[in-house]
Design a protein around this ligand. Structure first.
Ligand code: NAD
Ligand code: ZN
Length: 238
């Protein structure tokens, strides 16, 4: 086959911005008006669990009011039509990739539509509100949002590392490259010999690590890139 064979796609809050979900660092490190230490750290949850529950309840409710956009749909198309392998990893906690048709993906930072018991750690689907009185059906412990907060270990890192070591094309879409370890993925892809592309509205500080930077709204640049990749497969090898 001509061209790349294993794609690794990393997405961030920027791809859901065109659906109406606020990004993270955009407004000076605030997430929907809150300091990230307050709403996205274990210490913040211990200090004020009611506030943290209200924050994620609001984010969960917001999901009912938004829809996937052309970027989510284009990535799903790539997963369906690309003849090689596609690993999709998102830092987003929304469900817009799933609703955009993605058959599989890794949620590195957890999911708004799941809750986890702080004691037995059992994870369950959760679409309503949570509060300090919500109990685990298994052990009676408290439930918390299934979100990876600052200082906690991102999910499925072993699988992610394996895929990064095998990819030959790496695309980072709508992420500021400020949250580790995801911000370091481009470096690992580089070492694996992959061509590295960045899709963003602006040139980010991690940009020198990328071979190419595609500047513009992801809703325009990503569908065009996917169209090229998919149609390129049909051209005969020379
Ligand atoms: P970020 O908010 O730090 O950065 C977003 C990036 O997207 C910026 O570099 C911005 O220039 C770019 N961007 C904005 N609109 C764009 C567009 N239309 N097209 C292309 N690029 C665009 O995002 P991050 O790097 O993903 O880090 C945020 C953290 O906060 C993540 O860990 C995530 O879990 C969490 N978060 C998630 C959501 C969500 O699930 N939708 C929303 C906010 C924050
Ligand atoms: Zn439990």
């Amino acid at each position: 086959m001509l061209g790349p064979r294993h794609l690794f796609i990393l997405t961030g809050a920027g791809i859901s911005a065109e659906s109406g979900l606020a990004t993270f660092r955009g407004a000076g490190g605030l997430w929907e008006g809150h300091r990230v230490e307050t709403v996205a750290s274990p210490e913040g949850f211990t200090a004020d669990p009611d506030l943290v529950h209200r924050f994620y309840n609001e984010r969960r409710r917001q999901l009912h009011a938004v829809s996937p956009n052309p970027t989510h749909r284009a990535i799903a198309r790539l997963q369906r039509e690309f003849r090689g392998e596609v690993t999709l990893v998102t830092q987003n906690v929304d469900d817009l990739h799933e609703r955009g048709g993605s058959p599989n993906l890794i949620h590195l930072h957890g999911e708004l539509l799941k809750a986890r018991c702080v004691f037995c750690r059992r994870i369950r689907d959760w679409s309503g509100d949570l509060d300090t009185a919500t109990r685990c059906g298994n052990c009676g412990g408290n439930l918390r949002p299934h979100i990876v907060w600052f200082g906690e270990m991102p999910l499925r890192l072993e699988e992610v590392g394996e895929a990064l070591s095998q990819c030959d094309l790496f695309a980072s879409i709508g992420t500021s490259g400020q949250v580790y370890p995801a911000a370091g993925f481009v470096d690992l892809a580089h070492r694996a010999g992959a061509r590295c592309l960045e899709f963003n509205l602006e040139v980010t500080p991690t940009n020198p690590l990328f071979h190419e930077s595609i500047v513009g709204p992801a809703g325009e640049t990503v569908p065009a890139w996917v169209e090229d990749l998919v149609s390129c497969q049909d051209r005969p090898e020379t």
